[in-house]
Write a protein that binds this ligand. Structure first.
Ligand code: GAR
Length: 197
């Protein structure tokens, strides 16, 4: 069985969309793949309860308990790898995981590490993407699924979705429109990658 490990920090709606698609499309039988675990750096991440309700194992590793970014990332790598019997999960999926990752972490999962970012990269890396897109007068916004490399919010683009920015939008209405598309493209990319593995 190919094992997917999903990392979250908050609401976990992308994680929930991936789990739902995996069930609906029967990834277990069709792709020999499953969501093995959902991990969070925040104990109060709402997505943890969503995952547990689906019978998916969860664990929390609080970055505040570590002195350095390197120490946290090393512990996180051990926790992630422990979710696969061979110690090598097929995909590590960042789904609203709000941490800057060390080079050691990114290297360890090279080619197996995905992220979704709520902008049309390479525009608007970092935070507050929707507010910045509105302030810049963009007529379109969107989301990007990409492979993770050492540089924040860079790395080969695997899929993008585009939505209009409407005159009456604020960052919340725009975020909601983009999020709906995130829930479509992230599972699509994962299924595609798993089918070619
Ligand atoms: C999503 O919009 C995702 O693209 C974004 O956080 C949100 C998480 O929502 N990720 C980033 O900003 C990463 N830099 P979710 O927890 O409901 O999936």
């Amino acid at each position: 069985m190919k094992n997917i490990v999903i990392l979250i920090s908050g609401g976990g709606s992308n994680m929930a969309a991936i789990v739902k698609t995996a069930q609906q499309q029967n990834w277990a039988d069709k792709l020999g793949a499953r969501v093995a675990a959902v991990l969070s750096n925040k104990a109060d991440a709402k997505g943890l309860a969503l995952a547990q309700a689906q019978g998916i194992p969860t664990a929390v590793l609080d970055h505040k308990n570590f002195e350095t970014r390197e120490a946290f990332d090393q512990a996180l790598m051990q926790l992630i790898d422990a979710q696969d019997p061979q110690g090598r999960p097929d995909l590590v999926v960042l789904a609203g995981f709000m941490r800057i990752l060390t080079l050691g972490f990114v290297d360890h999962y090279a080619g197996r590490l995905l992220n979704i970012h709520p902008s049309l990269l390479p525009a608007f890396t970092g935070l507050h993407t929707h507010r910045r897109a509105i302030e810049a007068g963009c007529k379109f916004a969107g989301a990007t699924v990409h492979q993770v490399t050492a540089e924040l919010d860079h790395g080969p683009i695997l899929a993008q979705a585009v939505v209009p920015v409407l005159p009456e939008d604020d960052e919340h209405t725009l975020a909601a429109r983009v999020l709906t598309q995130e829930h479509r493209i992230y599972p699509e990319v994962i299924a595609h990658l798993l089918s070619s593995k």
